[in-house]
Design a binder for this molecule. Structure first.
Ligand SMILES: Nc1ncnc2c1ncn2[C@@H]1O[C@H](COP(=O)(O)OP(=O)(O)OP(=O)(O)O)[C@@H](O)[C@H]1O
Length: 479
């Protein structure tokens, strides 16, 4: 699939090209919105990143731009416009695998995990054959279409290997999913992604990665020193699945199989097609339509009161200090359309107390400052978009502060949001309920309805087709 954008649309103000339907989620670098390309009516996802970290951003774009695979989210175009980088990309209607598990309230079944792993391995085979390392494989970075196809996304920390530089040493990724050799800084290559896939398979089965109850900074020390993790209850799963995980989680990268080889493993070689996820996705879309996101938001607010510790997002390198940065992925709610983003598991509330354990316990002494810097969401540019009340100011190189630019559609969405949440003062009569629904709201509703109908048609087609194929197979076998 190539971009629907014409060359002249790739310059100038992107506001004129898209009608934004609502927010899909928020990562550690920016916000993602569902949008319609006005000229073609094509749906797409728009990622907005404050353009103050140009090196990182250029890398994400150049890696995405060069990819043409059904297993990698398609890049359509990008613009730098008044302080923000806009990236238009393929829209994946079911959100991330992490979203599906969270909103569905359940982990995935073994055939579903096999189907996702097969998609991820196809995506990795494609990337690795081009010398690219994803470096952040986890359920939150695997997107699903409404028909259940898995695609790799979020190339914010991906790396490119060259002939002169066949191994990387930068510590990067999300702590629980990191391969031992990445943490040890002994040099790593594409096989680091295979380790992260093994951890992701455990995440899809158990609902969280190994060591999730331990502070991520401590987990970083445990991953290289402890034996490779396994499923929480191996006996609940097939031997084939247990073996697939053991192969991915081979501690010595020299013995770890590559994506090509793993695609022959019976766990993925016999994996069912994407339709195995259809029912779960339909259920999730139903829950969203029934207001699951709204109740989720309330829950999120309650949780925020209880736990002060930040969610841990992807680690990236601070180019000025050459130390990893852990940005808090304090993610807010999708206002319409698809799914809310989910960060990594929050660190255990009591974990900080244990940061500096006695070396005699076998745990290395460390403090978070040695590993990197926690940056609360309020200091991350993207957070400013949604929280003008926090009044966060950006400071430019000359020390001048300035309010961040807001794209026109963000101002519109925010005004709409404020209208819907601000109660009238108690002493004034309540205004009559609004009867004049805006065209944008109607369009958003229409879009959501059609999307669900298309997903339902897909699911129906897939199940009838599977049944007919089975009948054909039985009839032909009987001949
Ligand atoms: N192409 C897309 N189609 C549909 N939803 C998307 C798309 N891209 C992102 N999203 C949604 O937006 C959320 C945020 O995505 P983003 O890539 O900014 O951050 P993340 O990967 O969740 O976090 P981090 O950057 O910390 O790894 C995703 O979790 C997903 O719910």
């Amino acid at each position: 699939m190539s971009s629907f954008l014409t060359p002249d649309e790739l310059s100038g103000d992107p506001n004129r090209l898209f009608s934004v339907v609502g927010k899909l989620g928020e990562g550690s670098y920016g916000t993602v919105h569902k949008a319609i390309h006005i000229r073609t009516s094509a749906l797409c996802a728009l990622k907005l990143i404050p353009a103050d970290d140009v090196d990182d951003i250029d890398k994400e774009i150049s890696i995405m731009r060069g990819c043409e695979s059904d297993f990698v989210v398609q890049f359509y175009g990008s613009w730098v416009w008044e302080g923000y980088l806009w990236i238009a990309m393929e829209y994946c209607g079911a959100g991330s695998v992490a979203d599906v598990m969270r909103i569905g309230g359940a982990t995935l079944r073994e055939p579903q995990i096999a189907s996702v792993c097969a998609g991820v391995l196809h995506g990795l085979r494609y990337l690795h054959s081009r010398g690219k390392i994803h470096r952040d494989i986890k359920a939150g970075n695997i997107l699903l279409t409404t028909s259940g196809a898995a695609k790799l996304a979020d190339f914010g920390v991906a790396g490119q290997l060259s002939e002169n530089n066949a191994k990387r040493t930068t510590v990067i990724g999300t702590p629980f999913w990191m391969a031992p050799e990445v943490i040890q800084e002994v040099g790593y290559n594409t096989l680091a992604d295979i380790w992260s896939l093994g951890i992701t398979a455990i995440e899809m089965a158990d609902g969280h990665p190994p060591y999730h109850k331990i502070h991520p900074m401590r987990a970083i020390f445990m991953i290289p020193t402890k034996p490779a993790p396994k499923l929480e209850t191996p006996s609940k799963w097939s031997d084939t699945f247990n073996d697939f995980i053991a192969r991915c989680l081979t501690k010595n990268p020299a013995q770890r199989p590559a994506a090509d080889e793993l695609l022959q493993h019976p766990f993925v070689a016999n994996a069912p097609g994407a339709s195995v996820l259809s029912e779960t996705i339909l259920d999730v879309l139903d829950k969203i339509a029934a207001g699951a996101l709204e109740s989720d938001e309330e829950q999120e607010e309650d949780d925020t009161d209880e736990h002060d510790a930040p969610d841990i997002g992807t680690m990236r390198l601070d180019t000025s200090t050459m130390k990893p940065i852990v940005r808090a992925a304090n993610i807010s709610l999708a206002t319409s359309g698809t799914l809310k983003a989910r960060g990594s598991e929050p660190p255990h509330p009591s974990a900080d107390k244990n940061d500096e354990e006695d070396a005699s316990t076998g745990t290395m002494q460390f403090s978070t400052m040695q590993i990197g810097t926690f940056r609360p969401q309020s200091t991350v540019g993207a957070g400013d978009l949604d929280n003008p009340a926090a009044g966060t100011m950006h400071v430019d190189g000359a020390g001048r502060s300035h309010q961040p630019y807001q794209p026109a559609f963000m101002q519109y969405l925010r005004a709409q949001q404020q209208q819907s949440v601000q109660p009238a003062p108690a002493h004034l009569p309540q205004p009559p309920p609004p009867v004049d629904i805006s065209a944008r709201t109607l369009l958003a509703r229409l879009d959501r309805t059609i999307e669900m109908e298309v997903a339902a048609v897909h699911a129906k087609y897939d199940s009838q087709r599977t049944a007919l194929l089975e009948r054909i197979r039985v009839e032909e076998d009987g001949l």
